[in-house]
Design a protein around this ligand. Structure first.
Ligand code: NAD
Ligand code: DAU
Length: 353
């Protein structure tokens, strides 16, 4: 039985990954370490609440003693590091916590894994540290071209700079110590359980509440959208088959302007839910500072080496996503109100950090 340390497994992608893995494999054990910041939500994990192969631990990846105790107790085969401060707008307002969690937290995990996995002249068999990174480390594209794994790193925001720093530390542990690592760099994810500060869930939530939809700048910035389950599948493949020390880009050649995404969601909700949801809700607002213009991933390497491909086309994925938010209005109400604090307090006896 392989034992995984999944960090940030109560957040958007992390919780999707935990559910995906426990559905796919009966013979794995996941220790899910999450600080439960505003973005972590135990309701995402309801489905595995009684699964004996899932153990939730409320804690911080920067806490060395805690990570050491966990390594001693569970002798992990794999570390999958999702834990991060993930929102670009927040990083512009408060960069320090991004440096702390995303850089120091990652180095702390690397150090403890190294202490536990390194033998006198080599490494214990079958171990791997997978760093979940982002296409934002490559900076911004013009109208043409794509990010490959050899595109120079050129981050702009405090968020992407902190993720780049973490990637470089992970690479340094491979280059210096030959630590068994992989790095995945994925484009924008969408799907269930995404916190409504990010474009798609914010947009759905605002539409349903007839609130303005803030579109930054001219609305023509381009993102490359990937259904979250396809990302989870890629991570699973890289853990099992990725060549040690390698970076794998993950994306599905699905580029859209922000305004096109906004209009697609409005159109669906207008036709299927409420005719009062119209493009009148769109409000162009001041642009994000340092706003990257275009992201676009070239996924050739992961396709050719590991046979990964995205199964969900955008037209299906976006409808599935909208329907999930329509069917889970309570989930949205809880995290946008004080209810989640109460839920957490009942469960843990104290308030969330
Ligand atoms: P998220 O903000 O939804 O979740 C982050 C999780 O990490 C939360 O559960 C939070 O409680 C936890 N966390 C934060 N600080 C922590 C700490 N110090 N110790 C332990 N847990 C902590 O983020 P997400 O969108 O699910 O992103 C997950 C990872 O994937 C991040 O590393 C992000 O950089 C990367 N990524 C995200 C996307 C995307 O489109 N969302 C795309 C590419 C890469
Ligand atoms: O590319 C991967 C990255 O995608 C991840 O590394 C990040 O963790 C994740 O948050 C996401 O970053 P973005 O900044 O691209 O995502 P966000 O949803 O914040 O914004 C998507 C685009 O929509 C971006 O061009 C800004 C724009 N936007 C966003 C919001 C929240 C708006 O126009 N209005 C909004 O209200």
């Amino acid at each position: 039985m392989k034992t995984y340390l999944v960090t940030g497994g109560a957040g958007f992608i992390g919780s999707n990954f935990v559910l995906y893995m426990l559905k796919k494999y009966q013979d794995i054990r996941i220790i899910n370490l999450d600080k439960l910041t505003y973005a972590g939500n135990l309701e995402n994990l309801e489905e595995v609440k009684h699964n004996k192969n899932h153990i939730f631990v409320n804690g911080d990846i920067c806490d060395k003693e805690l990570i050491e105790d966990l390594f001693q107790k569970y002798d992990f085969d794999y570390v999958v590091n999702f834990a991060a401060e993930s929102h670009v707008d927040r990083s512009i307002k408060e960069p320090e916590i991004f440096a702390k969690t995303n850089i120091i937290g990652t180095v702390n995990l690397l150090n403890v894994a190294k202490e536990s996995w390194e033998t006198q002249d080599s490494w214990k068999e079958g171990k791997k540290f997978l760093q979940v990174s982002t296409d934002e480390v490559y900076g911004s594209l013009g109208d043409t071209g794509f990010f490959t794994e050899t595109t120079p790193l050129d981050p702009h925001s405090p968020y992407s700079s902190s993720k780049t720093s973490a990637d470089l530390m992970v690479k340094a542990y491979y280059d210096t110590f030959k630590m068994p690592i992989n790095i995945t760099r994925c484009s924008n994810n969408y799907g269930p359980f995404q916190f409504p500060e990010k474009l798609i869930p914010l947009l759905i939530n605002n539409c349903l509440n007839h609130k303005d939809i803030p579109v930054y700048g001219d609305g023509l910035n381009v993102r490359d959208w990937l259904y979250v389950e396809d990302h989870c599948k890629a991570i699973d493949m890289v853990i099992r088959e990725g060549r040690l020390g390698e970076v794998y880009n993950v994306g599905g050649h699905n580029e859209r302007t922000n305004i096109a995404i906004v209009k697609t969601v409005i159109d669906y909700l207008n036709k299927n839910v409420d005719s009062a949801i119209t493009e009148d809700l769109i409000k162009y607002v001041e642009d994000r500072k340092g706003h990257d213009r275009r992201y676009g991933i070239d996924p050739t390497k992961i396709k050719e080496e590991l046979g990964w491909y995205p199964e969900t086309v955008f037209e299906e994925g976006i409808v599935k996503t909208i329907k999930w938010y329509l069917d889970n209005k309570e989930w949205m109400e809880h995290i946008t109100s004080g209810d989640y604090q109460n839920y957490y307090k009942n469960m843990y006896g104290h308030e969330i950090s």
